[in-house]
Design a protein around this ligand. Structure first.
Ligand code: FAD
Length: 318
């Protein structure tokens, strides 16, 4: 079922959903099932599965020359989505990224997703490769999420890449896109960021999932600004429980966000990570209660495939 229909059917009740990471190459599907088993009690209408671009490693040959080899640390997004849907009868939402894929590879992935009965996709540009300072598009691939949106929207109209005429087998993906309550870090200002977000909505995006944030006012202000920019689709808040002290430095660095002083001071005073998780749970429960009051359609948790901290929060809300 489409995410927008799940939201409609909930009739104003806030739902819970979760994001999982594909396990590192070599691990079995059991690690995904173990995480799913723990989360199913909250009846998530959908589960997101991230996509990861290839990274490079350098192999040294006997003659001293270095060879650059591309490899994917976390492959398997499409297969994991199929396995989740078949075992748990819950919708799986694969993330689709521009980086690392040609347009033809993207088309093939979308055809596979359509065969598998996957109704939703989250369309993203993807992060820069490890070691690259900027995002570099794959030759023959897309540079921005708007370009990838165009390809998915074209397929929803029955327009495939190398067909001159529209063919009858249209896909019918419900498309989600990313939103940034604290602005995307590459955007020169908020208005420019909203301009591109609005473009994605005009191209057919039906829901937005936000980057994580720790200050509810940032989400409220983002929703209000979206409405002012004539963006009226559901805006699903993305939530990340803090689990370690190190994240006070890592999360702002990686995701370009602020952690409020009250929270960072409280975490800083913790003696160990168990205390960090207690502080974080209390903070997140308060934030989630406010989000529910504000009318957030879904609370979407970035579990990092570690369900424990998320479970503690949702148990106190459910
Ligand atoms: P875009 O919409 O392409 O935006 C990138 C920047 O370019 C923005 O500053 C925007 O304002 C600007 N822009 C947009 N369109 C245009 C245009 N046509 N011309 C000029 N400028 C433009 N990364 C992964 O690698 N895998 C994942 O699974 C993944 N999942 C994510 C899930 C969520 C909910 C979120 C919020 C992020 C996720 N990311 C993931 C990270 C994401 O890929 C990065 O934040 C990336 O830097 C931007 O992605 P985007 O889709 O917002 O890009």
């Amino acid at each position: 079922m489409k995410i927008v229909d799940h939201i409609k059917n909930a009739k104003g009740k806030t739902l819970f959903s979760f994001e999982l990471l594909p396990p590192a190459k070599g691990q079995g599907i059991q690690s995904i099932f173990k995480t799913m088993d723990e989360l199913m009690e909250f009846r998530p209408p959908f589960i997101d599965v991230t996509y990861h671009r290839e990274d490079y490693l350098y192999k040294q040959h006997d003659n001293g020359l270095l060879e650059r080899v591309a490899y994917r640390k976390r492959p398997g997004t499409v297969a994991i989505c199929a396995a989740i849907m078949s075992k748990y009868k819950v919708d799986a939402v694969p993330h689709l990224i521009c980086g690392g894929f040609t347009k033809e590879e993207t088309e093939n992935a979308l055809i596979d997703l359509n065969f598998l009965g996957i109704d939703n996709v989250l369309v993203l540009r993807g992060d820069a490769r490890k070691g690259d300072s900027d995002f570099i598009p794959t030759p023959g691939g897309h540079a921005y999420a708007t370009d990838l949106m165009q390809q998915v929207a074209d397929m929803n109209r029955g327009q495939y890449l190398h067909e001159d005429i529209e063919i009858s087998s249209k896909t019918d993906f419900c498309i989600g896109v990313a939103g940034y309550p604290e602005k995307h870090f590459e955007s020169p200002n908020f208005n420019t960021d909203f301009k591109w977000l609005k473009k994605k909505v005009d191209m057919g995006a039906e829901f937005i999932v936000t980057q994580m944030f720790f200050d509810i006012e940032k989400y409220k202000s983002f929703v209000n600004k979206c409405r002012q920019h004539d963006i009226h689709i559901p805006i699903i808040p993305g939530l990340k429980p803090l689990t370690t002290k190190k994240q006070l430095i890592a999360l702002p660095k990686i995701f370009h966000l602020d952690i409020p002083e009250e929270l960072s001071d409280a975490v800083d005073q913790c003696k160990n990570n168990i205390e960090v998780q207690e502080v974080s749970t209390t903070w997140m429960v308060d934030m989630c209660q406010e989000l529910i009051k504000f009318g957030a359609p879904v609370l979407h948790f970035y579990t990092m495939s570690n369900p424990g901290p998320t479970k503690k929060i949702v148990e106190r809300l459910a």
